[in-house]
Design a protein around this ligand. Structure first.
Ligand SMILES: Nc1ncnc2c1ncn2[C@@H]1O[C@H](COP(=O)(O)OP(=O)(O)O)[C@@H](O)[C@H]1O
Ligand SMILES: [Mg+2]
Length: 259
């Protein structure tokens, strides 16, 4: 079997940029002709449905994880809409309050069933659909569903900001979760204050971050008002490939390809 790679985009805190980064990485790989599946597994705060303007099938990933449908029922092919040469498949989550409440209240037993279903979904995507990359946009922190996403990943891209509580939480999470599961992980620092990137500050920032998290740091991305101002449906690497935010993500993708 020509096995694809499963990448979990994770962080300790919410709002670090997981959804934006996951979407753009999926777009970059499919722009390069790879077949990609982007999965919204942040069932507590779904957002990828906004990227695809409410498109998608009748069923959501929640239905699949709870055994209410088959993998084919939740996959939406967004390649035509986005004009990418490789397939960009999307699996969206249910943003309704009822679904969010249900996701939050899931106990460990049901999360174990969801984990088995997630493993079978990944196998289906790789074996039946020939997907090269599965990119999982995860829930932040250490909820059962985040742990499931990290557990099935070959590689974790952990996003952090310069915020002190984010950094200390990320450090603990890396020790408690990635090390225990023996996961290969790499760090992207997002929304970095411009000052920390000028002159010798850049080196110092990378040094401090590498020392604190004890993981390789692959990119520092500044805070750009342009990014904040975009609609959710704007995929910057497709629509503004020359923007420095896009260029950073092209470098991240290149790095991940080599992992
Ligand atoms: N480098 C950046 N500069 C400015 N805004 C950013 C940057 N990265 C992400 N954002 C914005 O931050 C917000 C949260 O990003 P999002 O991807 O939804 O985070 P998460 O999925 O981790 O909760 C979004 O409005 C997004 O556009
Ligand atoms: Mg998100």
């Amino acid at each position: 079997m020509n096995r694809g790679k499963v990448l979990a985009v994770h962080s300790y805190k919410g709002g670090t940029g997981k959804s934006v980064v996951s979407t753009n990485l999926a777009a970059i790989f499919s722009r390069k002709g790879k077949d990609v599946c982007l999965i919204d597994l942040d069932l507590r705060a779904p957002s990828l449905h906004k990227v695809f303007n409410g498109e998608g099938g009748k069923f959501r990933v929640n239905d699949f994880l709870d055994g209410r449908c088959e993998p084919g029922d939740i996959i939406f092919d967004a390649s035509k809409m986005l004009g990418t040469p490789g397939r960009l498949l999307a699996i969206l989550a249910d943003p309704s309050m009822g679904a969010i409440r249900e996701a939050i209240s899931k106990d460990r037993g049901r999360e174990m069933i969801a984990l088995r279903r997630l493993i079978s979904l990944n196998e289906y995507l790789q074996r039946e659909m020939g997907v090269n990359y599965i990119i999982i946009d995860t829930s932040p922190g250490m909820s059962y569903s985040s742990i499931n996403s990290v557990a099935v990943a070959d590689l974790v891209l952990v996003l952090t900001t310069w915020d002190a509580s984010d950094l200390s939480g990320s450090k603990e999470m890396i020790g408690e979760l990635y090390h225990v599961l023996e996961k290969k992980a790499t760090v992207l620092m997002n929304k970095v204050p411009a000052k920390l990137l000028t002159g010798s500050w850049r080196e110092r920032t990378i040094k401090r971050l590498t020392k604190t998290l004890a993981l390789p740091v692959i990119e520092l991305i500044p805070c750009y008002c342009d990014v904040l101002a975009q609609e959710r449906s704007t995929i910057m690497t497709l629509e503004m490939p020359e923007h420095p935010f896009s260029r950073s993500l092209f470098r991240v993708a290149e790095h991940l390809e080599k992992e």
